[in-house]
Write a protein of this length. Sequence first.
Length: 431
Amino acid sequence: NYMDILNIIEKKKNKQQLTKQEIQFFVDSVCNKTIKDYQTTSFLMAVCLNGLNFEETYNLTISMANSGKKIDLSDVGLCFDKHSTGGVSDTTTLVIVPILASLGIKVAKMSGRSLGWTGGTADKMEVFEGYRNDISVDDFKKLIKQNGASIISQQDDLVLADKIIYKLRSESGTVDNISLIASSIMSKKIACGAKFLILDCKFGNAAFMKTKADCKKLAKTMIKIGNRAGLKVVAIVSDMNQPLTNYIGNNVEVYSSIKVLKGEKNDLSTLATKIAEIAILEQGLAKDSLTAQNMIENSITSGMAIEKLKQIVTSQGGKTDVIEDENLLLPKNDCQKVYATTSGFVEEINTAKLGDLQHKLQQKNNVFERQDNISIILNKRIGDAVKNGEVIAEIYHNSFEQIDEIATNVLACFKIGGKRRKIKLIEEIIK
């Protein structure tokens, strides 16, 4: 049906609104491969240039959500899910899931693989040796009933359209459009079956959305889509102008989340606690913020949260040795120290670049090969004082040949100057 798709592209090229049927036709054509890749990318470029209004965005989301299998969790009960729009060293999921499950909130978490930089949550879970991400939907549901939570990788037969479109977007420079990002995220969330969702929307140099304004716009679009599709959605707008923790890399990011589950306080604990608090309040398990915070604190200090993590990991075949002794996760491979060449305060950290360098360190003969012990550990954060000659970061690598070049680039990620800045981690909460 060659002409139809051409008409749809033409309409969007001429800034006209597409009908629900036209959008459905586009999604069907993508899934049954009756449309050429260059036509899909042509359509995506027209969308990037001329935009979709809310009605079109919503219809695209629903068509995509229905483009594969859907998971029905109604027999499990009300399930909670959390989604981060991505960043560097963001292991919030690993902290939130065991806390909430230990407090009686059911968590159904389907997670992606690496989206460019450090691994997705699915990759992090495999740090627990033997952990199985690829269990069936029936087992997923059984484990949520049994343990209150399960974390698995996204099933292959969900949201087929998004898999095809996502790949073409990243290859054709059509990623940064709010409607396309919102429909990609929300179609997956609708298909995954949880009816209560908290979105952690990031802004800053390592986020899809560089500005707070765009980030809020994306958050509001996703909330509106979710509400119309029958989901309860809350968004938290948070800063991604520096890595969430000082640890970048699969092993050390898991280390940092275990430290928080054992009581350490830092930016990761602040963000995770806030998300958990919203979940508790929205579920009506506490009458006010203070009560909710006490419940979270108690889950950590009593050891309930860490026990719950062990239970989740064990029931999916994973070993818990690194949960009992998180120091086992600290790197023992080659270490290259990075020294400051000037004194002052850390004013900026090029977080996206750090993510790229972490990714580059895992390349062998120019091919990416996941290595969980590759790490970049920061010794300074924004606002910290730095002395000339002080160690500003450590790079752990597996005899990487161009390590000196990487070290030079890591140093260049830190802007050191005379201003002492503070970053506000949580910008606002939108419902």
